[in-house]
Design a protein. Structure first.
Length: 99
């Protein structure tokens, strides 16, 4: 799971913590990891695309809507989480190939 602590869409960080608790309480048998980033907002676009000044900022009735985070925080989260996701999936695949 990946969560930005500056998510303006919903509180993804708290939701992920709650999910981890549920997994633990129910003896979930599979490996689960939570990656969190302090200055990351909601979206995680396709890896390595140019980050925008505002991740998603649009005018709506009642004001401006922003998905949160900073350019640096969103870029770091995008880059690191992509690499960590690849590593996460390699673990079971490599152990299966060795057996």
């Amino acid at each position: 799971m990946i969560a930005g602590k500056e998510d303006n869409i919903w509180n993804s960080y708290e939701a992920c913590l709650e999910a981890l608790e549920i997994f633990e309480e129910n003896n979930y048998p599979y490996n689960v990891e939570l990656l969190t980033y302090n200055n990351m907002g909601h979206p995680l676009p396709i890896p390595y695309i140019m980050p925008l000044k505002e991740t998603l900022c649009m005018s709506m009735s009642g004001g401006i809507f922003s998905s949160g985070g900073t350019v640096e925080g969103n870029s770091k989260g995008q880059f690191e989480s992509w690499n960590r996701t690849i590593e996460f999936y390699k673990k079971p695949l490599s152990s299966d190939l060795n057996n």
